[in-house]
Design a protein around this ligand. Structure first.
Ligand code: BZD
Length: 835
């Protein structure tokens, strides 16, 4: 625990921590001190990694005064805070962001140069913390960035996975996963606090006992308490979350699991080493590795342990350490709103109830009233199979007290349902927090909806479908509980850092400050008609493409042509996202050229870039990766299409690679089946970097199109009502195949083994699924996609027109700043009475 407040005898201790000098020499000196005193090496003997670590620590010095000062300010003037609860933070590299936040880039560059070192080389040394799967984890990272930039008090709570999302490699075109040991060369951005470890219980049983009520009436009540069977320690690691050049540094607090005892010395001494360390290994497994499944939850015990572990640590941390001592917990909702990033942290709800009742003596009704005002829930999916349910058996075994509490919440909730809808037992069953089939299990989304102040979807369409299709009974019961907050992305990382050339052009044109007021991009709009501006804009894009060529040559040995359109599809590999639709387009173009149906020079030269990881256990997704790589190898080696069609699939798509790819893209592929992609956030990053979108009416695409205008967006495919109608009518993919010769030729060429070394079997999984299942209606949207890709070609031939459209995409996408998302959360969810 934290000791008593220090009364320092030495007045120096009261002075604010020093700020290192913001000069080239001053920076160089700080750096050398870190190298010598921190790493214990002389510059002449230092490795690149030593230099990177020392540089990171040097930059930290420049944030430290602001960090301590922000914390002091928040302690002395406590206000309502946001506790962002997320099992994932896909942070991306820290160094560039820290340099940008402190505006030290130029100084650091010159200081290092004066020592014969190169900033870019050292920045490239950083292994990004990949503590997330994809959109959901990256969103959490964007949100904490925006909250710091807006000076909103926020603590991000999560898990310090020792291994993040796996590193993807390809062997013979197949995905092979390698552990991501991101910490192995040191973690210079983190601050461990083992002395502040929190104890978390698991297992055991509950006991009931009788107690007199606190009101002195002499009444007795039966209470329950939990006697866990085993404990683990949660060690907090703190990370700085700097605001953009505003003197604010918030905190991200990630928990690492430790055993309560290192090992059993008796057993160790008897020679049984494995048994001696078993308890330790077991405990430390909890934060060992990020689960790489980004849908289809497996209901695995370790995953529930992870979830409970981090929320138990976080609630305890907030109540015992962040609130002032003796704070009246009845007023807790005045001081915190916990935002639940999907259902992963939802076990926090019964944990809060348990803390308030069993550890702080509240009665059920009081505790429930407090709990109901402390949580809000964000849903990120529409796929029913992605909604988490935990088997009652497992919850009861791991968290018996929580199961009791969940049962009671459910009982009281179902009573309300029965009162509101008498005689409607089917409805009661649908709404129950406990499902009976196929097994008895806790429906985490229902629990979150019952307990939360608000439930939000992540784009207009998604929030609508959430109300109408995913949780319709709940939205009927509590229409006001449901709201929308459209996602956003941080312009600091995804424009300023990722695209310095475009950033410079924007600043030269509309002045400074757009990075925190992204709606100002609007004033770029008239420049779409300015020829000189268009030239500079096009030159910036070209420069980004050249940089990408150079990178992929070195990173992956991939040769890209110098000219032509760069067409990019980067996101997790999922059938609903329809990478196979993109693949069918490529194969179709290729087939038409090699069969002589279309002349090579009738097609706009294109480089198709894919980036995608598949969940290791997702068989179909891995087959699709193999097929993309097979098509890439065949197409790239075929002289008949050389210079016209190029397919690049660099391995290990991550935040670092995203920052290189997105600024170089001309065309952004957002081609999910309508009604399946909750929002998408890559789509926003592309538009903001001046790529045009080809996309379906899905997720945030709908809003992008509305803002940038139909003329600057390539819409294709069925909309959600059409999808639903086709589903209802009965969809037969083979009939589409039979009736469309162009589609047939493309599929036949794949099925013939042309891309798989003559082996038809190697393509069969994907082909058979398309023909006989095609759950996501790829074939149904094929012709529309091909037609609109024709329009894309035509538009690209008119480079003036294309550039004009690209500029308008940038100018009209300011809405997609995550700063705007944060304002919406504040107004609609976190501080609704604020204005
Ligand atoms: O969340 C994604 C959605 O698919 C996107 O449409 C949306 O834009 C983003 C942000 O709201 N969902 C995920 O990324 N989900 C996961 O990564 C995930 C991870 C673990 C378990 C389940 C889902």
């Amino acid at each position: 625990t934290t000791g008593p407040a220090l009364e320092p005898a030495n007045p120096l201790a009261k002075a604010p921590v020093g700020r290192p000098p913001r000069t080239v020499d001053g920076f160089a000196r700080e750096f050398l001190r870190e190298l010598n005193f921190g790493e214990g090496v002389a510059l002449s003997r230092s490795s690149q990694n030593d230099q990177y670590l020392a540089l990171a620590r040097t930059i930290r010095h420049y944030l430290m005064a602001d960090w301590l000062e922000t914390a002091r300010r928040r302690r002395e003037h406590p206000t309502k805070m946001v506790g962002y609860l997320s099992a994932e933070y896909l942070l991306g590299r820290q160094m560039g962001n820290a340099l940008l936040a402190t505006d030290l880039g130029a100084i650091a560059d010159q200081a290092l140069r004066s020592l014969g070192l190169d900033l870019r080389t050292l920045r490239a040394q950083e292994v990004e913390p990949g503590l997330g799967n994809g959109g959901l984890g990256r969103l959490a990272a964007c949100f904490v960035d925006s909250l710091a930039t807006m000076d909103v008090p926020c603590i991000g709570y999560g898990i310090r996975y020792e291994y993040g999302i796996f590193r993807q490699t390809f062997e013979g075109g197949r995905q092979v996963e390698v552990p991501d040991s991101w910490l192995s060369l040191g973690g210079p951005w983190e601050f461990p606090h083992p002395d502040r470890a929190v104890t978390v219980g698991f297992g055991g049983s509950t006991e009931t006992f009788v107690e007199e009520t606190a009101d002195g009436s002499g009444h007795q009540i039966t209470r329950s308490r939990w006697v866990p069977a085993w404990n683990v320690l949660g060690v907090p690691y703190h990370y700085m979350v700097p605001g953009y050049q505003n003197g604010v540094v918030n905190t991200l607090r990630l928990w690492s699991a430790r055993a309560t005892q290192a090992f059993d010395l008796q057993i160790f001494n008897s020679g049984d080493y494995a048994t001696a360390v078993r308890a330790q290994t077991f405990a430390e497994n909890i934060s060992k590795v990020l689960y790489p499944e980004d849908s289809t939850p497996q209901g695995r015990e370790l995953r529930l342990q992870q979830q409970y572990f981090f929320v138990a640590c976080s609630l305890k941390d907030f109540i015992d350490r962040t609130l002032e001592k003796d704070f009246d917990l009845h007023r807790l909702p005045e001081r915190i709103i916990f935002q639940l990033n999907d259902t992963h942290p939802v076990i926090a709800i019964p944990e809060m109830m348990r803390l308030l009742m069993d550890e702080h003596g509240m009665e059920w009704d009081e505790a429930w009233s407090v709990t109901q005002r402390c949580f809000a829930y964000t849903c990120h999916t529409l796929l029913p199979e992605a909604l988490e349910v935990w088997p009652v058996e497992l919850v009861g075994r791991l968290l018996p007290r929580h199961l009791e509490i969940i049962y009671r919440i459910n009982e009281e909730f179902l009573e309300t349902v029965r009162e509101t809808f008498p005689g409607d037992e089917l409805r009661v069953r649908r709404m129950s927090i406990i499902q009976d089939h196929p097994e008895r299990a806790v429906r985490m989304a229902n629990l979150a909806t019952v307990a939360g102040v608000k439930v939000n979807g992540v784009a207009e369409l998604h929030s609508q479908l959430l109300r109408d299709k995913v949780l319709p009974d709940f939205s009927e019961l509590w229409p006001d509980k449901f709201t929308n907050v459209t996602n956003g992305v941080t312009p600091r990382r995804f424009i300023r850092l990722a695209n310095p050339t475009l950033s410079q052009l924007i600043t030269d044109t509309i002045g400074v400050g757009w990075e925190t007021k992204l709606e100002r991009l609007e004033s770029l709009e008239p420049y779409a008609e300015d020829e000189e501006f268009r030239e500079r804009f096009a030159a910036a894009k070209q420069a980004n493409k050249t940089r990408l060529r150079e990178l992929l040559a070195v990173r992956d040995g991939i040769e890209l042509p110098e000219h032509g359109m760069v067409d990019v599809m980067v996101k997790r590999l999922h059938e609903y996202k329809r990478q196979t639709l993109k693949l069918l387009h490529i194969v179709s173009l290729y087939e038409q050229i090699i069969s002589g149906k279309v002349a090579k020079d009738a097609i706009v030269p294109r480089t198709f870039v894919f980036g995608a990881k598949a969940a290791p256990g997702y068989h179909m997704a891995k087959e699709i990766i193999y097929l993309i790589n097979s098509v890439a190898a065949t197409v790239n080696a075929d002289e008949r299409v050389k210079g016209v069609l190029t397919v690049a699939f660099p391995a290990n798509y991550n935040v670092t690679l995203a920052n290189k790819l997105i600024p170089a893209a001309d065309l952004s592929e957002q081609i999910s089946l309508a009604g399946k992609e909750a929002s998408g956030t890559g789509n926003m990053k592309f538009a903001l970097n001046g790529a045009l979108t080809i996309g379906t009416d899905d997720g945030a695409n709908v809003e992008i199109r509305k803002l940038v205008g139909d003329d600057n967006f390539f819409l294709f495919g069925m909309d959600e009502p059409q999808v639903a109608a086709l589903q209802a009518k009965g969809y037969v993919p083979s009939a589409v195949y039979e009736s469309n010769p162009q589609l047939r030729s493309a599929i036949d060429l794949i099925a013939s083994g042309h891309f798989t070394g003559g082996d038809r079997g190697l393509a069969a999984t994907v082909v058979d699924d398309l023909l006989y299942n095609d759950r996501f209606m790829t074939l149904a949207d094929f012709q529309s996609y091909i037609d609109v890709q024709g329009e894309v070609d035509e538009a690209y031939r008119d480079q003036e027109r294309w550039t004009r459209s690209a500029i308008l995409n940038v100018a009209r996408s300011g809405f997609f700043s995550s700063d705007r998302s944060m304002k919406d959360y504040l107004r609609r969810i976190w501080m609704p009475t604020h204005d």
